[in-house]
Design a protein around this ligand. Structure first.
Ligand SMILES: Nc1nc2c(ncn2[C@@H]2O[C@H](COP(=O)(O)OP(=O)(O)OP(=O)(O)O)[C@@H](O)[C@H]2O)c(=O)[nH]1
Ligand SMILES: [Mg+2]
Length: 427
């Protein structure tokens, strides 16, 4: 089954905690601190893989977690880094942050990689907190939490040329005669449900052709298979519009042309800007030439290049492909409006990380909050005076106490950090 959209949760590994240990040697009575650092948590990394075609796996497996870093150990032993988790996706997959709806990365080339969630940093061991005034720090830094993100994966195939047209006009047949692809072909509508790709080998070069489901009137409102497959030709450079000029199903080829373009316009006006080559198909069964002449004149006025072909007998296929190659080679990509991308920098700016917020809650308790504060708080050993002092000094330095004072904090009031409450005493 072809799946082109999925939503998954990714969680990078937590950093290992630093160790707060002391050397214990038989003849060294008061061994110094020897706690090693925790290892960093593993990253979540996406990799684009040419061998994959669908996001189906992600429909069933929705949660991806990288390994946590190992905790630091005594004798200054570092914890091991958590293993990164590589998630392989088809080329053309876009990674979108669900919360903001912003694009994080478009993996458009084979082997492109992208770190979507960095592992938490390992905490420092107590060795690192030793100083001339603090000989025996009985605390260490906790490892940073892993990042958890809900991401949307959206696949838009990458092909050079897109085939477009009503159902049953011969799009898949055309793909099958000029590439090695073996799409399903049948004389009923909507034979093609999933997009097919094929490679056209021509004059020592090649290009990729994409065949999608047929479009009918009202597709933009969901008729038939709707327009949801059009996204797979959004990134092509050139379109081949296949039209049944034999009118074997009783429709008028000029009306077909107008109708499809009208639906394209409704879906995405940018598709109208792509060169559109007309493949007038089923010439082998044309009985009445008058409508064909009318069609030719109409296309001349429209300024479209028309190739009269028969996918059944191979008539005109070579010329069509040669012209398509020429259009590809002379194609100039229109300038795109820049799109707003997900911004890791602003998400994790250091200022933001250090900032301490304070407020008075409805129970009259002064609350302090902050990302780094929370990290240091988790690293604090409340049975150890120097560890608690380290936390307190940090809060003062970041202006946390000043903020609370401006809100009315005075001697004897309760201050709360996470789930820990203490009484404030003025120095
Ligand atoms: N006589 C004749 N029949 C053709 C030609 N091209 C395709 N056909 C027939 O038309 C029918 C539809 O062909 P497909 O290639 O499946 O058409 P499609 O446009 O991919 O159709 P959907 O996938 O349903 O949108 C099949 O029975 C083909 O054999 C042609 O040039 N001449
Ligand atoms: Mg088809």
């Amino acid at each position: 089954m072809f799946v082109d959209i999925a939503e998954i949760k990714i969680i990078s590994g937590k950093g290992g905690d630093g160790a707060a240990t002391f050397r214990r040697e038989a003849f060294v009575p008061d061994g110094g601190p020897d706690g090693g650092d925790g290892g960093n948590g593993g990253d979540i990394i996406f990799v684009a893989d040419n061998n994959l075609r669908t996001l189906m796996d992600f429909k069933y497996h929705r949660k991806y977690k990288a390994e946590n870093g190992q905790n630091g150990m005594k004798r200054k032993k570092f914890g091991k880094k958590g293993r990164d988790l590589y998630i392989r996706v088809p080329v053309g997959t876009m990674i979108i942050d669900k919360e903001t709806g912003l694009l994080m990365k478009d993996l458009s080339h084979n082997d492109d990689t992208f770190i979507a969630a960095k592992g938490g940093k390992g905490g420092k061991g107590n060795v690192r907190f030793k100083s001339s005034i603090r000989q025996a720090p009985n605390f260490a830094e906790a490892g940073e939490e892993g990042k958890e993100r809900q991401v949307i994966l959206e696949l838009k195939l990458i092909a050079d040329v897109g085939l477009l047209g009503f159902p049953n006009v011969g799009k898949s047949t055309l793909l099958s005669v000029c590439t090695g692809a073996k799409p399903k072909i049948a004389e009923y509508h909507f034979t093609t449900i999933d997009p097919n790709l094929g490679v056209v080998e021509i004059h020592d070069t090649s290009f990729v052709l994409a065949d999608i489901a047929g479009i009918i009137e009202g597709a933009s409102e969901g008729a038939g298979l709707g327009l949801k497959f059009l996204k797979h030709i959004e990134r092509t450079k050139v379109l081949i519009h296949v039209i049944d000029v034999s009118a074997s199903e009783g429709r008028n080829p000029i009306e077909d042309y107008k109708m499809i373009n009208n639906e394209l316009l409704k879906y995405n006006p940018k598709l109208m800007k792509k060169p559109q080559i007309i493949a007038a198909n089923k010439m082998d069964i044309v009985t009445d030439t008058e409508p064909v002449t009318e069609f030719t004149e109409f296309m001349k006025k429209e300024g479209r290049e028309v190739f009269f072909i028969s996918a059944a007998t191979n008539q005109g296929i070579k010329e069509l492909m040669e012209y398509t190659l020429y259009m590809l080679e002379t194609y100039v990509e229109p300038e795109e409006d820049p799109i707003e991308m997900f911004d890791f920098e602003s998400e994790e700016s250091y200022e933001d990380y250090k900032k301490i917020n304070g407020y008075l809650d409805s129970d009259g308790i002064y609350v302090l909050e902050g990302k780094q504060l929370s990290k240091i708080f988790k690293s604090t050993n409340f049975d150890d005076g120097s560890s608690f002092r380290y936390l307190y000094n940090y809060i003062v330095k970041q202006g946390g106490i000043k903020t609370l004072r401006s809100l009315g904090l005075k001697d004897g009031d309760t201050v709360k950090i996470e789930d820990f409450e203490f009484e404030y005493t003025e120095d």
